[in-house]
Design a protein around this ligand. Structure first.
Ligand SMILES: Cc1cc2nc3c(=O)[nH]c(=O)nc-3n(C[C@H](O)[C@H](O)[C@H](O)COP(=O)(O)O)c2cc1C
Length: 253
């Protein structure tokens, strides 16, 4: 099941090649073919993006399968996945990365994703980011407007985070479609060991924050409540509430 029912590893004796199917792969097209020939930062990002978006739900199986393969004590000179570059220079590096990524991986990062019509919720996101930085300048804070970002890049950043926030304004007593779609992806991937919170601007009834919180809880994430609701476009007082909320969120991680 890494990540398809008929996925299987094949090992070629003599040449010591592990044909790993989808495991250790990347959605990375290059005529250079081998891991030592490409930009290392780009390759790392593509391998991580692949893991975060495709393999996260199977993390317990990743650990089990790698332990099983390691226990065979086979020499592995090359790992050849079914797509992406071939690992010929220190192929063990990607095996060790997979063991780290499969083990509730997180960095000292908080990601803030939001959807917005007229940037009121964006302004709140910026205020929250400022508050987090004031509370802990060592934490990396990343902001994404989900409507303007590659959703797989957003998921990769959430994968790297110890906590994340989802923001949406209220529309027709619901949430904006970009926020709904990223929550659906988060729920499907089954992230573990991440704290979360909701925020958003509203005009009169303000259901969005409650809806985001209940969907995140359904996805079994630890939601820090109450979320932040601010009426219309935040004025100085609304912005200050965002900064305080960011500080308080950071202190509860
Ligand atoms: C089509 C439409 C429907 C809306 N429906 C609601 C609603 O049901 N309840 C509410 O509290 N606000 C509603 N609003 C108001 C927005 O939530 C409010 O303008 C908010 O400040 C927009 O924030 P944003 O710029 O981050 O999108 C609606 C706005 C629009 C344009």
């Amino acid at each position: 099941m890494l990540h398809w029912p008929d996925s299987s590893f094949t090992y070629m004796t003599g040449d010591n090649i592990l044909f790993s199917n989808d495991a250790f792969g990347q959605h990375y097209a290059t005529r250079l073919m081998y891991n030592d020939l490409v930009d290392q930062a780009e390759l790392y990002q593509e391998a991580l993006k692949y893991y975060a978006n495709i393999l996260t739900p199977f993390s317990p199986l990743v650990t089990k399968k790698i332990q099983e393969v390691l226990s065979l004590n086979l020499p592995v000179d090359i790992i050849a996945p079914s797509h992406g570059v071939i690992w010929r220079d220190n192929p063990a590096q990607i095996i060790h990365k997979y063991l780290e990524w499969a083990d509730s991986y997180q960095e000292n990062q908080i990601t803030i994703v939001y959807d917005t019509m007229w940037n009121s919720t964006k302004r709140l996101a910026e205020a929250i980011a400022e508050g987090i930085k004031e509370a802990d300048s060592s934490v990396a804070v990343k902001l994404f407007n989900v409507g303007l970002s590659d959703k797989n890049d957003v998921i990769t950043e959430i994968f790297k985070s110890k906590a994340f926030l989802v923001g949406s304004s209220t529309i027709n007593r619901g949430i904006l479609s970009g926020a709904a779609s990223i929550i659906e992806m988060i729920a499907g991937l089954g992230f573990k060991n991440k704290k979360a919170a909701a925020f958003g601007s509203y005009g009169w009834s303000g259901e969005a924050v409650g809806i985001i919180e209940s969907r995140l809880k359904e996805a079994k994430l630890e939601v820090i409540e109450p979320g932040l609701k601010v009426l219309w476009n935040p004025d100085d007082e609304g912005y200050a509430k965002g900064v305080e909320f960011g500080k308080a969120f950071c202190s509860r991680i």
